[in-house]
Ligand binder design. Structure first.
Ligand code: KMH
Ligand code: ZN
Length: 331
């Protein structure tokens, strides 16, 4: 008989390719604790700037924002819960719906107990959960600037100091983070910088400290972790599939730096994953072209469209990730 493609039933492979095209969740990481103000005058650090960027990113297509606080006078990263208050309240007052995830990773010099304080205080829908201790350095950035180039007095020592920074997330810390997030119904966004971090998550699962389905962020390109390459992303994805089963987690990817942020966005768009962009991770939208957060989101949206991935709204993303909803937070 003649081969008639129209009568051909979808093979399970074809079905899988179609169904892995989840709506795509874009998270905007607005400021972080790694980028220093001298690198980009577009880096927001006051609450007004952070709220304006959050709203602009959501209007551009992001469903979620990832929030760090900084000292509004100096731009220095801080884990002081009081500094989160005007940012979270400002986002609320904007009336623009979005998933607000807070960091519990903080930055150099912050203790795990200090970093975790935002969870009981604000009970966010999502909070970052870093899956292991590691070197985490931006000291090569300091080589790009002369002492007189820095905008603020703290920046040079901060950037250079990361050479000896150990990002602490021991099993004891992780146990505390897991229990605290469970207590406040805050969904952990598991930050995995290396393959071993996925095995740490597997251990937490075996100990019944965490519950699938998981929301995992593959963080690629940090000095101290895996690189933002297709090979490394695929290693992470295959390892997670093997340890948890593809149906038991959703993943997003961060590519640190340019063009890695967008290379990884393209990979995620193709592979059924989700995307994080923002000035926390990368400051450029094109070669040597400094970007606003919204411009980074706009580029991620263009990539998603090219790969025929529809964007998830905040409400759709909540349903996909099993979040408690913005009425249940404490801000
Ligand atoms: N700064 C990023 C590379 C966190 O905030 O807990 C990872 C991050 C971690 O966003
Ligand atoms: Zn962060």
């Amino acid at each position: 008989p003649r081969f008639r493609p129209s009568s051909c039933r979808l093979s399970s492979y074809d079905r899988k390719v179609k169904t892995m095209a989840d709506k795509l969740i874009i998270t905007a990481a607005l400021t972080g604790a790694i980028t220093i103000p001298t690198q980009s005058d577009k880096l927001p650090y006051t609450s007004e700037q952070l709220v304006a960027d959050a709203v602009a990113c959501v209007k551009a297509g992001a469903a979620a924002v990832h929030i760090h606080a900084r000292n509004p006078e100096t731009g220095q990263p801080s884990s002081d819960p009081d500094l989160f208050a005007p940012i979270l309240a400002g986002i609320r007052a904007s009336g623009v719906d979005m998933i607000v995830g807070t960091t519990t990773g903080g930055g150099m010099g912050m203790l795990p107990t200090e970093r975790l304080r935002v969870v009981p205080r604000y009970k966010p829908e999502v909070a970052s959960f870093n899956l292991g201790s590691m070197n985490f350095s931006i000291h090569p950035v300091a080589r790009r600037f002369k002492p007189e180039d820095y905008r603020f007095g703290w920046e040079q020592a901060y950037a250079e100091g990361t050479k000896d920074f150990i990002f602490r997330n021991t099993f004891g810390d992780m146990e505390t983070f897991a229990k605290t997030m469970a207590e406040h119904n805050t969904k952990p966004e598991f930050e995995a910088y290396d393959v071993g971090h996925l095995y740490n998550l597997r251990f937490l699962l075996k100990e019944k400290l965490v519950q699938p389905p998981f929301w995992i962020q593959f963080v690629l390109g940090v000095l101290g972790g895996l690189a933002a390459t297709p090979e490394d992303l695929i290693v992470m994805k295959q390892t997670a599939d093997r340890l948890f089963g593809a149906e038991n987690y959703r993943w997003s990817v961060i590519g640190v730096g340019y063009p890695m942020e967008f290379n990884m966005a393209g990979m995620a768009a193709m592979m059924g994953g989700h995307v994080r962009v923002g000035l926390e991770d990368n400051i450029f939208v094109g070669r040597r072209q400094l970007a606003t957060n919204a411009q980074l989101v706009e580029k991620a949206v263009r990539i998603a469209r090219e790969f025929d991935r529809e964007l998830a709204t905040p409400e759709e993303a909540r349903a996909m990730l099993g979040l408690k909803g913005s009425a249940a937070v404490n801000f």
